[in-house]
Design a protein around this ligand. Structure first.
Ligand code: ZN
Length: 264
């Protein structure tokens, strides 16, 4: 019991530290800046961020979200990504302990965090974060078939992975075409298609179906709220990637529990 609590605290701290790195990736990759050079610095005054100002979660709180030197406001997103990353480590460990599932789903979850924040800001998802999921998903299905259903053979699991990818791609393609016909505007980006194909390959048929279900409901609710509080104007584009990511995370963390309700 004591060791369990130790691991949870340790993994939360480790997770928030990894979150700091995710922040670097989220900021730099879409701007085509190297993720190793130069080291982190304030975009306004150019001062390097010292190690004691780079402690996950705590530094943001101590500095009250401002640069130590020039008081430039630091985006709350940095804190949020570190917090989410910490909780992902914690939740995934609580559910899967130190099994291969933990590491596999952790990899996918962190990728989904990166994708969500890049898509939210830039309305695009770099291929490297989505297309990579397809071969990785195939490999995972073959070597860890029980992830796709108890007692599945590697071939059957691979089939679920392949079918999951195809369903993901085609369903969004159809929704996108429908949107084009009905509303005469682009509602689904190519990045979304590749993302759901990658998610499908990684979590199989059941996973991709739940992802579509959860993402469409949460997307509609959040879209409605954003319109209501006037953060978005009518007809303005709302990126769909974060909702697909959320759907996949819901499956990873609570999929079995939800499947029990609908017995599918
Ligand atoms: Zn500064």
């Amino acid at each position: 019991m004591a060791t369990d609590i130790f691991w949870k605290i340790f993994l939360f701290i480790l997770g928030s530290t990894v979150g700091s790195f995710l922040n670097v990736v989220i900021y730099r990759v879409p701007r085509r800046i190297s993720i190793v050079y130069p080291s982190s610095h304030c975009p306004q005054c150019g001062n390097s961020i010292r190690w004691f100002d780079n402690i996950p979660l705590l530094s943001y709180l101590f500095l009250r979200g401002k640069c130590r030197y020039c008081a430039l406001k630091i985006s709350f997103q940095y804190f949020l990504v570190e917090l989410i990353s910490g909780f992902l480590f914690l939740f995934l460990f609580s559910k899967y302990q130190f099994t291969p599932y933990f590491f596999i789903y952790l990899m996918l979850s962190l990728d989904l965090v990166i994708i969500s924040f890049i898509d939210w800001e830039h309305y695009l998802i770099p291929d490297i974060f989505t297309l990579t999921l397809i071969p990785l998903g195939f490999a995972v299905s073959f070597f860890f078939p029980s992830l796709y259903g108890a007692g599945l053979s590697p071939i059957r699991a691979f089939y679920s992975s392949l079918l999951g990818g195809v369903i993901g791609f085609i369903s969004l393609l159809l929704i996108g075409l429908l949107g084009k016909v009905l509303f005469r505007k682009e509602s689904m980006g190519g990045g979304d298609l590749k993302l759901l194909a990658g998610i499908g390959c990684f979590i199989g048929v059941k996973g991709v179906l739940l992802t579509i279900f959860v993402s469409s409901i949460t997307g509609a609710i959040v879209g409605g709220i954003l319109l209501a509080i006037k953060l978005k104007k009518k007809g303005e584009y709302i990126p769909y990637g974060p909702f697909l990511a959320l759907g996949a995370l819901v499956y990873i963390l609570w999929g079995k529990w939800i499947a029990g309700f609908f017995s599918f």
